[in-house]
Design a protein around this ligand. Structure first.
Ligand code: SAH
Length: 344
């Protein structure tokens, strides 16, 4: 395992095995996870020869910032390169309550959602815990201010990289590291039911976000292939159970696509299926991706849809779009970069 993905205990054991004094593990761990050092050069209280040896035997496998874009609203988008030559991206957003980083969990995505740019770029591989972590650390280094919230809503399906994502969550909430609050983490999934159950059994205080986007199988099958394996009713059943077991409110993401999922009838069906569940619905006008045919619903349509949900007692917000002038949604930046380089 790479050093940035190791817990302090694992690092200590690895150092012991390699006959490196174990108290060095605590120093290295603090440098990496508290002082956010990007490499051994910065670890000035370590002897030079040890630093050289560690760099050789335990290289820090982090995402390297390649390009940084700042949008007119202050949103910052990072394009990172990986040692194997591919790209991932993350977004830093400033809200009233602090900085939120949206991180990627995979290079590309296997899920095949019809409206999503991450899928268009193809799937390459899952990221290590350290690679996910380094997106947060780099954003914090960039602003010089504490990142308080994390959303796993960048490229990739976190539930398809479950182990590394769980490891990432445990490192980022470690009090010996940046000690982020579990309550300030949102994990978003397209709805892989067995993994949702596994997460439920861990009783974590994070927020589970479900990319629902449709009230029934007929519509959802057309836009999200995962629905053919885990249909809407099965998904909503586990969500209901999750909310009651964890007492945490589920957040449903619903991207509004003109003429696809935005009718009054769709809103009524959605409301009836979510009735009584501890949940919240985020309505988001879909971001147009050049390669896909979907268009955002009009503001009037979104208001009408939202009003129906509210009238039926479903807590609903219409999400602001940040960073839309820098292609800051899911996979758009990687797609552009690959195209510019003649990737596909
Ligand atoms: N794979 C996970 C994590 C990605 S989160 C998931 O599906 O939840 C990214 C969110 O943005 C998801 O809700 C996704 O469905 C949504 N999304 C993808 N492409 C979009 C687009 N073009 N416009 C608006 N939302 C989009």
């Amino acid at each position: 395992m790479d050093i940035l993905s190791m817990s302090l205990e694992e690092m200590t054991a690895a150092f012991r095995e390699n006959s490196i004094q174990t108290f060095r593990a605590k120093q290295v761990y603090e440098w990496l996870h508290k002082h956010l050092a990007s490499g051994y050069d910065e670890m000035t209280n370590l002897p030079k020869d040890l630093r050289a040896r560690l760099a050789e035997e335990f290289p820090v496998r982090a995402c390297v910032p390649e390009k940084v874009f700042t949008a007119s609203d202050g949103t910052v988008k990072f394009l990172y390169s990986l040692p194997d030559g591919d790209y991932v991206e993350s977004v830093l957003m400033k809200y009233k309550y602090g900085y939120t980083v949206c991180v990627s969990s995979q290079v590309g995505c296997k899920m095949g959602c019809a409206f999503c740019a991450s899928t268009l770029g193809g799937f390459k591989r899952s990221l290590t815990a350290g690679e996910i972590l380094s997106q947060v650390y780099n954003a914090q280094r960039h602003t010089g201010e504490r990142v308080s919230h994390i959303v796993l809503m960048g490229m990739g399906e976190p539930m398809d990289n479950f182990e590394n994502v769980m490891r990432f969550i445990s490192l980022v909430t470690d009090e010996k590291g940046i000690n982020l609050s579990m309550r300030n983490i949102s994990l978003s999934t397209c709805g892989i039911v067995p993994r949702i159950k596994e997460l439920m059994d861990k009783h974590l205080q994070l927020t589970l976000s479900i990319s629902l986007h449709a009230p029934n199988d007929e519509i959802r099958n057309k836009i999200m292939p995962v629905n053919k394996t885990y249909g809407v009713d099965e998904l909503l059943d586990i969500c209901r159970e999750y909310a009651s077991v964890t007492s945490r409110r589920i957040s449903f993401e619903y991207s509004m696509m003109r003429g696809v999922n935005d009718s009054d009838e769709n809103a009524r069906e959605l409301a009836s299926k979510l009735k009584g569940m501890l949940c919240h619905v985020n309505l988001i006008p879909i971001n147009e991706v050049a390669e896909s045919p979907f268009k955002p619903s009009s503001p009037a349509r979104i208001s009408a849809f939202s009003a129906i949900l509210a009238d039926k007692g479903i807590s609903t917000t219409v999400r602001r779009r940040l960073g839309s002038d820098i292609d800051a949604s899911c996979g758009q930046l990687r797609l552009k970069e690959n195209k510019e380089r003649g990737g596909f």
